[in-house]
Write a protein that binds this ligand. Structure first.
Ligand code: DC
Length: 219
C-alpha cells in the first residue's frame, strides 16, 4: 500500500505520517530530507544554495546513505536548512535528479533497520502528484500560515532554539510562496487527494480522521 501525505511546511505531515507508518506497518519516507540534504551539502561547502550548477551536481551525487549522514548536521532541521532546501527544491533539474531515488523506494520499501516493508507512507509536497501518481491513498494536509508558524515557533522553543514568532511567520509565508510558485511540481493537492485543514484540529483528531479514511478504502 502506498499512502502520500503532502502539504505546506509545518502542517503536521511528519508526525501524522510516522504514526500512520507505525499503525499500518509501512516504511516511512520523509522526502523533504533529500532537499535538506542537498541544501546542507552546499552550506557545508560554503556554496550558495541558489547556485544552479552546484545544486544539480550535489543532487546528482545524492544517495540514501549520504542523506542519512548529512541529516546529523546541526542545521539540518533549522530554518537555515529549511530555507536552503526550499531554494534547491525550486530548481527543476534538481527535482528531476532526485525523483528516481524517491520512486525507487516504493519498489523496495525498507524500515529503518533494513527489513522489507509491504508499502510506504510518503511525506512531502509532490508525492501524490509527481513521485507516486498511482498511490492508493492521497492526503493533502494544510493549515493557515499563522497556525503553522505558531506550531514551528513552539517546536523551536521546546528544542531550546531561539525563535521569534513574527520572523517564523514571515519565513513560513516566504517558503509557501516559493514552494507554490515554482515552475516544476508546485505545491498543490493531487486531483484525487483528500484535503484536510488542520487549523482547528489536534494531531489526534487528524490521525483518527485519516485512519478512518484509510480503513474505509482498505475494505
Ligand atoms: O518538509 P520539509 O520542511 O523538510 O521540506 C523542506 C523543503 O523541501 C521545502 O521547502 C520544500 C521542499 N520539498 C519539496 O519541494 N518537495 C518535497 N516532496 C518535499 C520537500
Amino acid at each position: 500500500m502506498i499512502i502520500t501525505i503532502d502539504g505546506p511546511a509545518a502542517a503536521g505531515k511528519g508526525t501524522l505520517s510516522q504514526k500512520l507508518a507505525q499503525k499500518y506497518k509501512l516504511a516511512y519516507f520523509d522526502t523533504g530530507m533529500i532537499y535538506r540534504a542537498v541544501g546542507i551539502d552546499l552550506i557545508t561547502k560554503n556554496i550558495d544554495p541558489d547556485n544552479d550548477v552546484q545544486a544539480l551536481k550535489s543532487a546528482e551525487n545524492m544517495t540514501f546513505s549520504k542523506m542519512m549522514e548529512l541529516s546529523k548536521h546541526s542545521e539540518f532541521r533549522s530554518n537555515l536548512g529549511g530555507q536552503a532546501a526550499s531554494k534547491v527544491a525550486s530548481k527543476t533539474p534538481v527535482r528531476q535528479a532526485l525523483l528516481k531515488m524517491q520512486q525507487d523506494f516504493a519498489h523496495n520499501p525498507q524500515f529503518a533497520d533494513g527489513q522489507q516493508a509491504q508499502g510506504v507512507v510518503y511525506d512531502g509536497r509532490d508525492t501524490g502528484t509527481v513521485v507516486c501518481p498511482n498511490a492508493d491513498i492521497k492526503i493533502f494536509i494544510t493549515a493557515s500560515p499563522e497556525v503553522r508558524a505558531m506550531r514551528r515557533h513552539k517546536e523551536f522553543l521546546e528544542k531550546g532554539i531561539t525563535s521569534d514568532y513574527n520572523e517564523v511567520l514571515a519565513q513560513t509565508k516566504e517558503r509557501d510562496l516559493r514552494d507554490s510558485s515554482r515552475a516544476s511540481a508546485p505545491l498543490k493537492p493531487a486531483n484525487d487527494a483528500i484535503i484536510i485543514d488542520t487549523s482547528d484540529m489536534s494531531i489526534e483528531d487528524v490521525y483518527n480522521n485519516v485512519c478512518q479514511i484509510i480503513d474505509s478504502k482498505k475494505q
